[in-house]
Write a protein that binds this ligand. Sequence first.
Ligand code: ATP
Length: 444
Amino acid sequence: MSTPNTTATLEEIVALCKRRGFVYQSAEIYGGLNGVYDFGHLGTLLKNNIRAAWLKSINEFGDVLQFEGSILGSEAVWQASGHLTNFSDPLVDCMSCKHRYRADDIDLDKSCPHCGNKQWTDVRQFNLMFKSQLGAATSSTNDVYLRPETAQSIFINVKNILSTNRVKIPFGIAQIGKAFRNEITPKQFLFRMREFEQMEIEWFCKDEDSLATFERWCSARLDFYRHIGLTMHNIRLHAHTKEELAHYSRMCNDVQYQFPFGWKELEGIAHRGTFDLSQHSQHSGKDLGVFDEELKSSYLPTVIECSVGVDRLFLTLLFDAYTEDIVEGEKRIVLKLSPTMAPIKAAFFPLTKKQHEPMSALYHDIKKKLGLAMQYDDSGSIGKRYRRQDEIGTPLCFTYDYDSANDNAVTVRHRDTTTQERIAVERVAEYIVDTLNSPFQKIY
Ligand code: ATP
């Protein structure tokens, strides 16, 4: 094997996603919808693995309740949260070619990168929320917004959740769901989308424990990224300066990843203090405090929030896993995803069509027994079948050959090393489970 190339370009990732059906441009047959994507079979499987790994990791931190809030939110919610006034990006237009930019993305002392002229409009604030109306009436009291983050639906339900579950501070409420932002310039594929999915945990604790809890969450989130197989030298924590802090944050650390387009935020870990609960208590007139049995009084708990985009993590995993090397004189693309993240866990090949019956029986048997995503492939040379699986990150391929009927064994081939070994048919299921459970280390 040659020295592998482990740095993919954005174009290579986009091409792979399209070629193998991970991601499609939304409404492509009608010219596409900018910043909106659909996910195919492999993409959906990968997303499910991301969601499952995230849920598992946050449950390991402590007591966590799950929640699924509505996507539509009334104006009152966004008024109280501050989004109506603060959730905006600076916008500027080129008066000559009418190109529109995020003002903090370009240098306004220079000419328009599109037409070369220097005729800028004033910079103005553009609110990123999508607005709509509930029902047929056109009164502004029916204004609703697609949520730009999942968190607020948790905060406004805190009273309901506390009165219907037996939880005590500290505890968390977790939500995975869609969020919408009318980004001025969606770009870098899944990095900046207009419709995307967030995984957010709001952790409620006592204020005196909040700094230690914030630190604990930062290290738990780094452990998560290590655990799902990301290369840790491409990950770092960036502490927000005073100028960078959002209006609701007391302190914030971004988990950043080194993308080909620079170090960028993958996840935000924010100490939100009591900002959200106190805003919603004031605006709704309802006490959102938690009753302390010892003090016999109610108080607003402090919130630590961890928020990461499913799609942004999807893109990160692909960048991190993408590898090109030479195997038997041929270039191959291999996704070195950890087995827990790989969309397909194992592939089953009969060497020729003659071995179809026993191999297809084994495939169906193992698939039923383990309930995992697997593939059966009997078309093309074995080499071609390996390449197809390498490109989508399948960790194990099993081949039933001429000797299998005699020795009741199959050949298992490992994605990263391409090494092969012979194992008994009755060990196949156990072999797959062991691979999924072993700590993952990329092998080059
Ligand atoms: P950025 O500075 O990159 O716009 P942000 O600080 O606005 O991000 P948050 O509001 O902290 O982002 O959102 C939490 C997480 O949601 C981000 O870390 C990211 O993973 C994801 N996310 C936010 N906006 C988008 C988007 N437009 N497309 C895809 N994922 C996003």
